[in-house]
Design a binder for this molecule. Structure first.
Ligand code: ZN
Length: 660
């Protein structure tokens, strides 16, 4: 009876953590801890097979498809790999494999196990037609529109493969890119990602492809699910991928001796932190496809591959204090000040606590002994409390801004606490620094120290005050000598004529990064036109989704911003207009959606035809759709088009349009 209870408890726990990981992209425990729970359940089930039920997580592959995206049924199941954490288990895998093959001299290929999100890419005659997440292994989510924004993934293969070809791989975010992305998240008042995997998962599951386009996603192909690329082994497959223009991992080693594999695993643990991306282990595969076929698969994973993981880099230390920092948009982030501790070769003295929900979840107090985890180059985080002394102090959510004593609020869709005082010095400083940064107005000499003094002494209270600075103001501060002050005034003068895109970016509108700012500049031409744009004008832009459009609209609708723009004008800030957007062929800029069964061609062929004539295609109907081409048995997309009043065409209409 006790065993059954433990099995039930484990099943519930694993289901809960599966949901945190796969559906919410917000795991609460490390992979290592998860794998331990899973291994315990598997062990108990093996010893007590009478308690195995069909709904056990050991019988299923993982998360289920969430509903925000259309379900996509994989051509062949996307399996996950079995995990091992020590040399003994990897020898066990090798012995099992060798005895199944009846030989011990087969080739094994080792690659790094990148911490990202599995993704399948389906090409028809060399053209990318679908991209999907793994989901439960049988059915994933159709994320084609988002994946098409990932620059390194070819929309067309360099060497076309006829018929269907399904390539699988890992979508991930590099360490440096994650740091930059998290800085941006924080500036925009959003919660930074706990790790690279969450960032990648969150990015490819955006409802708005324009947001995905702003995320620095990378991809490495690592296997295939369907079709024939003409390879006989995994190494051969990788070469073929290269020829097709599909990115692959540069790290790959072939072995025939398992002891050498184990030595490589041990040595490589020291190099893990030098990789440009987060990796949590190695993947070993039997190289020959013929042997892979001979070994086959279990209900959950292939027998010819195994993940060889490293435990997370964790260590124990004490929280000395918890501080609050205020960012550009007023977001208050709690940061734990730690007793310095060496973790995986690096001294850690602070760790992020993300937000107050996280503090409550961890139950963390000042004075607690905690486990901190370092994952790659990301800011270390507190994983859990080990012990809490009697005199530990609870962390109280601040009621007022730690910098300006202004009111703090929590917006409905956010977990972040935000200072809404527009005159909060912490925010003004961060905003001025952003405005003057190289990517924005590039004002040399307006760095952290100068900004700190100018804001503290009241010389700058809002962005446009930068242009009201005088030599007298600057000379009054001890950060400036004659020459330095002159140079800064010249740099400020020069910034009055920056390209419009830089100016829009410099304003620091939430969700508007450098790329979106350039896009807005070329769409509207002048800041006046952008500022007076109606909401539908913003929503009409293909690359900008409804959320961003609304944020931009609200920004320019504010009285405060109107006054600021007027001041900029009076000071002679006159950004260089962007060249107007050019219009192309007859179908260009029009988005078509194909649905139902067409008579003379497949939907994919129709999409290729449309694109060849300058049109865009999409898998879903929205107000931006120009027309829906409906074949036989068209379903929900046709209904949606009717309800939105989108033009509906027959296949004949579409072909006639192409002829004109
Ligand atoms: Zn404040």
């Amino acid at each position: 009876m006790e065993i059954k209870q433990e099995i039930d408890r484990l099943k519930k726990l694993i289901a809960y953590h599966n949901s945190r990981y796969y559906d919410l992209d917000s795991p609460e425990i490390s992979d290592y801890e998860y794998d331990k729970l899973y291994a315990r359940l598997k062990e108990l089930e093996e010893q007590n097979p009478q308690f195995i039920t069909a709904d056990s997580p050991t019988r299923k592959i993982g998360g289920r498809a969430a509903s925000a995206f259309a379900p996509y049924k994989h051509l062949a199941p996307m399996m996950s790999l079995d995990n091992t954490y020590n040399a003994g288990e990897i020898r066990e895998w090798y012995d099992k494999t060798a005895s199944a093959l009846g030989c011990r001299n087969f080739e094994m290929v080792v690659e790094t196990k990148i911490d990202g999100v599995s993704c399948s890419l389906t090409y028809q005659d060399g053209v990318l037609i679908t991209a999907a997440t793994r989901g439960d292994g049988k059915t994933g989510e159709d994320v084609t529109a988002n994946i098409k924004t990932v620059k390194c993934i070819p929309q067309k293969l360099a060497r076309p493969i006829s018929g269907l070809l399904e390539i699988r791989g890992e979508v991930f975010i590099g360490k440096e890119d994650l740091i930059k992305l998290n800085e941006r998240q924080q500036e925009e008042g959003l919660v930074p990602f706990a790790n690279a995997r969450n960032a990648a998962a969150g990015s490819i599951r955006q409802k708005d492809p324009a947001v995905t386009a702003l995320r620095p996603l990378s991809f490495y192909a690592h296997s295939y699910g369907w079709g024939d690329i003409g390879a006989e082994s995994f190494t051969d497959f990788i070469n073929k991928c290269r020829e097709c223009g599909l990115p692959v991992s540069p790290i790959r080693k072939v072995f025939t001796d398992i002891e050498e594999v184990i030595k490589f695993y041990e040595d490589f643990s020291k190099e893990l932190h030098t990789l440009p991306y987060d990796a949590d282990g190695l993947v070993i595969k039997v190289n020959s496809f013929e042997l892979q076929k001979k070994l086959g698969v279990t209900a959950k994973s292939p027998r010819w591959a195994e993940a060889f993981k490293y435990p997370a880099q964790q260590c124990e230390t004490v929280i000395k204090n918890i501080n609050f920092s205020v960012g550009r948009t007023g977001v208050v982030t709690p940061v734990a000040e730690l007793e310095p501790v060496k973790c995986a070769g690096v001294v850690i003295s602070s760790a992020t606590l993300h937000n107050f929900d996280e503090i409550a979840r961890l139950g963390v107090k000042t004075g607690d002994s905690v486990i901190v985890e370092r994952a790659g180059e990301v800011i270390p985080k507190v994983v859990r409390v080990v012990k809490s002394p009697l005199n530990a102090k609870a962390v109280l959510e601040p009621k007022i801004c730690p910098v300006c004593s202004g009111v703090l609020i929590r917006e409905e869709d956010e977990v972040a606490l935000r200072c809404i005082n527009p005159n909060c010095p912490a925010q003004i400083k961060a905003r001025v620094q952003h405005y003057a940064s190289r990517e924005a107005m590039d004002i040399d000499g307006l760095g952290e120290i100068a900004v700190d003094q100018l804001v503290r002494f009241g010389a700058i209270k809002k962005l446009s005050d930068i242009y009201n600075l005088t030599l007298f103001d600057l000379m009054a501060l001890n950060a400036f000598g004659d020459k330095k002050a002159d140079n800064l005034l010249n740099a400020i003068e020069a910034s009055k004529k920056r390209p419009l895109g830089k100016f829009i970016y410099a304003l620091g509108i939430r969700h508007v990064g450098a790329k979106t700012a350039d896009l807005l500049a070329s769409e509207f031409g002048t800041v006046e036109k952008l500022a007076s744009a109606a909401l539908p004008d913003l929503e009409r832009i293909e690359e900008i989704g409804p959320v961003i459009a609304k944020t931009i609209y609200d920004f320019f609708a504010s009285e405060e911003v109107k006054k600021e723009l007027n001041s900029f004008r009076l000071y002679g800030v006159n950004p260089l207009p962007a060249p107007a957007k050019k219009e192309g062929g007859p179908l260009s800029g029009k988005t078509f959606v194909f649905t139902g069964e067409l008579k003379t061609m497949s939907r994919t062929e129709a999409e290729v035809l449309a694109k060849a004539n300058g049109a865009k295609t999409s898998g879903s109907v929205s107000s931006k759709t120009y027309a829906v081409v409906a074949g036989a048995e068209a379903g929900s997309k046709l209904k949606k088009a009717e309800s939105l009043g989108i033009k509906i065409m027959s296949e004949e209409d579409f072909l006639a349009l192409l002829k004109n």
